[in-house]
Design a protein. Structure first.
Length: 251
């Protein structure tokens, strides 16, 4: 069964307006620090932010993903994913480039949060809502981690599905300001097909920011460095587990 990646949600006071820009500035140094921390040893990963693109698709400013059942729900039901999220992802660069889409809102499996910065992704693409506060580095790094094969740390397990929300790790099931990655997670990252480079020349990840808007205008909007994380509601709609979805088909 296909598994959707995380929804990472952080509160901010005012919902971002549907601005149209053609440059997005990521805090590359902050992302480099996360993916070059001590657990990577002598093999830090360089985050290379590619030139930003704009996408004049007002129909994709608000993305959604839902599912429907066919057949009996009690006898091997078939789950079909519906919505326009993968229509958006189909417009990005092919692997190994990681596509970062900035949109107005995200709705996944019926859960919608107005005024919340959140992220959701699969394959080599993820979408986040436009930021207004200094909270976005952890969102971006966390979503990249999912695309590299990482799942939530401290995720609830049977029989009681209790989740540890205090775990000090980038892949915590709730944001807490910690961006630690352990040795096991680093090993998973180095097995990802999205990772480029080699030991002797250095490893790197390419990230392409793509802003979805009504039209193209000349401007620049920074995604600011990490600041105080203000937790509002859902982080990690790990509805089907929160793993990486290698590919997608509508059938």
């Amino acid at each position: 069964m296909k598994r959707l990646l995380t929804v990472f949600a952080l509160f901010f006071a005012v919902h971002a307006q549907a601005a149209t820009i053609d440059a997005v500035i990521l805090d590359e140094a902050a992302l480099d620090a996360i993916y070059g921390q001590s657990s990577f040893g002598q093999s830090p990963i360089d985050i290379r932010v590619l030139p930003a693109q704009t996408l004049a698709r007002p129909d994709l400013l608000s993305v959604r993903l839902d599912f429907s059942f066919t057949g009996s729900p009690f006898n091997s039901p078939q789950i079909r994913e519906t919505g326009n999220l993968f229509d958006l992802f189909a417009l990005g660069d092919p692997e190994p480039v990681i596509n970062l889409f900035l949109v107005d809102s995200i709705r996944a499996y019926g859960q919608f949060a107005f005024g919340i910065a959140e992220g959701i992704g699969s394959g080599n693409s993820f979408a986040i809502t436009r930021p207004l506060l200094n909270v976005q580095d952890e969102v971006i790094a966390h979503e990249i981690g999912h695309l590299l094969g990482l799942e939530h740390e401290g995720q609830g397990q049977p029989p009681f599905f209790e989740t540890n929300f205090d775990i000090e790790n980038l892949m915590s099931a709730i944001p807490n300001g910690h961006t630690t990655l352990n040795a096991s997670q680093v090993e998973t990252i180095f097995n990802s097909g999205l990772l480029q480079g080699a030991q002797d020349t250095g490893f790197f990840l390419e990230v392409r920011p793509i802003l979805v808007g009504e039209a193209t205008e000349v401007a620049a909007v920074p995604l600011p460095a990490s600041g105080l994380l203000l937790i509002f509601s859902l982080f990690g709609i790990g509805f089907l587990g929160g793993g990486r979805l290698k590919g997608h088909s509508s059938g």
